[in-house]
Every structure is written in C-alpha cells, then in structure tokens.
Design a protein around this ligand. Structure first.
Ligand SMILES: NC(=O)c1ccc[n+]([C@@H]2O[C@H](COP(=O)([O-])OP(=O)(O)OC[C@H]3O[C@@H](n4cnc5c(N)ncnc54)[C@H](OP(=O)(O)O)[C@@H]3O)[C@@H](O)[C@H]2O)c1
Length: 325
C-alpha cells in the first residue's frame, strides 16, 4: 500500500488509516449505536492484515472503550501499528463530557491512554478540539513536556484553524493536523491546506465518507432507521430536507463509480487523497467487510475528468438544496 510521510516527522503512514470512533459503541453522548467488541477486534486485525499501518482513536470514543479494544487487540503483538490518539474531552462519573486543556488534566489523560492502549509511548498525540480556546497554549506546552519525558513521540492537533496553529507553533513544532474533509465538506481548501503545506505539517483528514453518507448503502430508509444511540440520527445531513438531496447525489456518484468498477466509498476516499497536501485519510470501519472494500481506495488516482464530473454533481446538489431549504 502507498505510504506518505507525515509532515516533517519520520512516520511513514499508509494513505488509508483505520478510524475507530464507531468502536466506542452507543452508550455515550456521541455514540454510533450498538457495537460488538469482538467484531471491533476482528475489524482492527483485518485492517492490519490488509496492510494498514496506523490507527486513529481518542480517549473519549466510548469513554475509553475504543482505546481499550485497540489495546486488547494489539496485546502481545511484536510490531504494533502507529497509534494516534487524542485528548481534551474528559468525562465524569455520570458520563458527562467537558473540555479541558489544563496541565493536570492533559497529563492524566495521557497516562490513562497509555494504560488503555498498553504502550510505553503514544506515537501521535493530538489535541482533539481547540476548546477552551484560552487553554490551547497550556495544553500544548504540557504535551511538549510529555514528549521530552518520552511518553509521546509526535504531537498534532485536530479541528484547529490557521490562527490557532500560529499560536502554538512557537511553543512546539506541530507535526500534524486532523481536520474534517470530504466531498461534502471542503472548508480546508480555503487556507488550511496551504498553511500546512508551507509549514510541513502532515494532514490526516477525517470522515472522508461523511460518516457513511458517501457509500453505496446510503438510502432514506437506512438513515431514517438509525437507532437513537447513533448521533447521526441528530445530524441534519441525515434528515430531511437534506436527506433526499443527498440520496440523489450519492446515486449519481454511484453511477460514476460503477462505470470504473469501483464503489462510492472508494470514490469518496480517493477524492480526498487527490490533494498532495493530504498525507492520508482516516477511514472509519466497524465491520471487516467495510475496510476490505475501502482499503482499495488508496489505489485509485482520480483523473481531471473525474474530478470535474464530481464538481458538476456538487453544483447540481447545491441547486437542489437551494430549492428545498
Ligand atoms: N478529530 C475529530 O474531531 C474527528 C471527528 C470525526 C472522525 N474522526 C476520526 O476519523 C475517523 C473516520 O471518520 P468517521 O468514522 O466519522 O466517518 P467515515 O470514515 O466517513 O465513515 C465511517 C462509517 O461509515 C460506515 N462505513 C464504513 N465503511 C463502509 C462501507 N464500505 N460501506 C458502507 N458503510 C461504511 C461505518 O458506519 P455504519 O456501518 O454504521 O454506517 C463507519 O463507521 C473516525 O473513526 C475517527 O477516528 C475524528
């Protein structure tokens, strides 16, 4: 599988990384409905067998559950994959989530992640959200100290804008940014990709299939039957009036992908990788067959015509949205 270097670091990442938010299951505020841990472990193992060499997670996914399942799956493995995890979202005994980048909180979070993951050092530690914004320097300075202590190898951030990146760069050089990026969410093309490229910051993009919308299985029926414990049931992209427009859009993408003997998911992921500033896509999977399909997205280099065709379909989607909103 193709490898790209993560910014200025010496990490060589496969262009597809495994995303494990959904492995946190349904019993928390940002859940994905019921998830079986055994199925999660099989999915992780399958991803590694297919050649994927890194996994993205976060302490908050399932309130520790995603990290624990990864730790158990990798236990005893001689050559473990690169692990990227995140801090800043903490929870109390009532499972209420809040944000903190205070020194003591970040230190405690890092220790807890090390224990759950069963590793001596975290390969890539990321601030999940720049929130509380006035604490980003304190949180980032703490992470710089943890690097000196050998508990973290490299540090990155997620969901930061250019101004926030500029604030923390003098404290410690940023290795990577993890922003949202998909055919339906292109905000980073305005200035973030340029800034990262100019400062040799790796970019690992999340939700490339827009949480399951950009896949062949996406339909009205499927979206309207998501369980209450799946946060997507509250996402406007999965609800009318946007839902019908998105279903129609995915149908058009599907025809295009089928013409090339590919799937919508592969098309959506390949589209994010067309940008040279993007190091890799974080591809969520909760069942082995999903990653068996999406792992091949990295082999598809979209040509100019295909990219233009997607732009045209996007324009038609915008027009349709204007009419229904
Ligand atoms: N830093 C952040 O703030 C942030 C935010 C979001 C995500 N992330 C990271 O990025 C990763 C990926 O993003 P994501 O999980 O939000 O979205 P995604 O990768 O766009 O979509 C993943 C979901 O799509 C469905 N899916 C996957 N492969 C499929 C296939 N072949 N066919 C049909 N459906 C398929 C699965 O859910 P169903 O089977 O239930 O549909 C899966 O959980 C996360 O797991 C997480 O590691 C980070």
């Amino acid at each position: 599988m193709a490898l790209r270097q993560l910014g200025w670091t010496n990490l060589q990442l496969t262009t597809i990384g495994l995303g494990t938010w959904a492995l946190g299951g349904g019993e928390w505020r940002w859940g994905w409905g019921p998830q079986d841990d055994q199925e999660s472990r099989i999915t992780i193992q399958r991803a590694l067998d297919l050649g994927i060499n890194w996994i993205d997670t976060a302490a908050v996914y399932g309130l520790g559950r995603s990290e624990e399942v990864i730790g158990k799956t990798l236990q005893g493995m001689v050559k473990k994959p690169v692990i990227a995890t995140k801090c800043s979202l903490v929870w109390d005994e009532d499972r209420m989530i809040s944000n903190s980048l205070k020194r003591g909180s970040v230190r405690q979070e890092a220790e807890d992640s090390l224990r759950r993951l069963g590793v001596e050092a975290i390969d890539l530690y990321q601030i999940h959200w720049p929130d509380p914004e006035q604490e980003i320097e304190e949180g980032w300075g703490t992470i710089a100290d943890l690097i000196k202590e050998g508990k973290i190898r490299y540090a990155g951030v997620s969901n930061f804008n250019v101004e926030q990146l500029k604030r923390i760069q003098p404290i410690h050089r940023v290795a990577s940014l993890q922003p949202p990026y998909s055919i339906l969410r292109r905000g980073i093309e305005d200035e973030i990709l340029d800034y990262c490229s100019n400062h040799d910051i790796g970019v690992i993009v999340y939700s490339p299939m827009q949480k399951g919308i950009l896949t062949d299985k996406f339909s009205k029926d499927w979206a309207q039957n998501l369980p209450d414990s799946d946060h997507r049931a509250r996402d406007s992209r999965f609800q009318e009036p946007e839902l019908s427009v998105n279903v129609e859009f995915v149908k058009r993408l599907s025809e295009m992908a089928k013409d090339k003997g590919k799937t919508v998911a592969q098309l959506a992921i390949a589209w994010t990788l067309r940008r040279p500033e993007v190091t890799a896509a974080i591809v969520g999977a909760r069942k082995p067959h999903q990653i068996e399909e999406t792992v091949h997205a990295g082999e598809w280099e979209l040509d100019k015509n295909e990219i233009e065709q997607i732009d045209e379909l996007l324009e038609a989607r915008s027009d349709a949205l204007e009419k229904v909103k």
